[in-house]
Design a protein around this ligand. Structure first.
Ligand code: IMP
Ligand code: MG
Length: 180
């Protein structure tokens, strides 16, 4: 068993991801110098990107976690449930939410609304992947790794039924995997 064999094609390679994480971390380090930002990782999908990005940031910062899950309700708005909140006090802090992927944008916009209740000095978004063609609510990340087409992807934190998060790249599954 080797999970790499389930991949049809690699969309973003390990090398490309590492290079982009360094570039984004450099920009964040410059823009947040002296601000002691709080980087927030929505569990679980963002874990790989979050760790890689934070390791390359060279200024003082702190990090914390949030767990939000979205599912479609009976209305078209979707419902987002937040089951873990950061313990760091966010009032007057500069917050960056670091997400794996922005698809419809519903999860992240619910997270932003929830964190805004604590009156942070600022909130910005960073995402590894952006699927702008899928957007249902208006939300934009300031720091974007890669814009991708509307394809279901796995790897580097992203899962299919909780699997494939541990791949070091972002790829598309072989169709046969879905009929297993
Ligand atoms: P949305 O932006 O609220 O639609 O949801 C974003 C969440 O949906 C992400 O945090 C992922 O967990 C999940 N998601 C969206 N697109 C993909 C994909 O292509 N592969 C795996 N998970 C995805
Ligand atoms: Mg997710």
């Amino acid at each position: 068993m080797n999970i790499n064999h389930d991949i049809e094609k690699i969309l973003v390679s390990e090398e490309e991801i590492n290079k982009r994480c360094k570039e984004l971390a450099k920009v964040i380090s410059e823009e947040y110098d002296g601000k002691m930002p709080v980087l927030i990782c929505p569990l679980k999908g963002a874990v790989s990107f979050f760790a890689h990005l934070c390791e390359q940031i060279t200024i003082p910062m702190v990090y914390d976690f949030i767990k939000a899950s979205s599912y479609e309700g009976t209305s078209s708005t979707g419902i987002v449930n937040i089951s873990y909140m950061p313990t760091t006090k966010l009032e007057n802090r500069h917050v960056i939410i670091v997400e794996d992927i922005i698809d419809t944008g519903r999860t992240l916009s619910a997270v932003v609304e929830e964190l805004k209740k604590q009156n942070p000095a600022s909130i910005e978004l960073a995402c590894l992947l952006d699927k702008p063609s899928m957007r249902k609510v208006s939300i934009e990340a300031k720091y974007v790794g890669f814009v991708i087409p509307n394809e279901f992807v796995v790897g580097f934190g992203l899962d299919y039924n909780e699997e494939y998060r541990n791949l070091p790249y972002v790829g598309v599954l072989k169709p046969a995997v879905y009929s297993k």
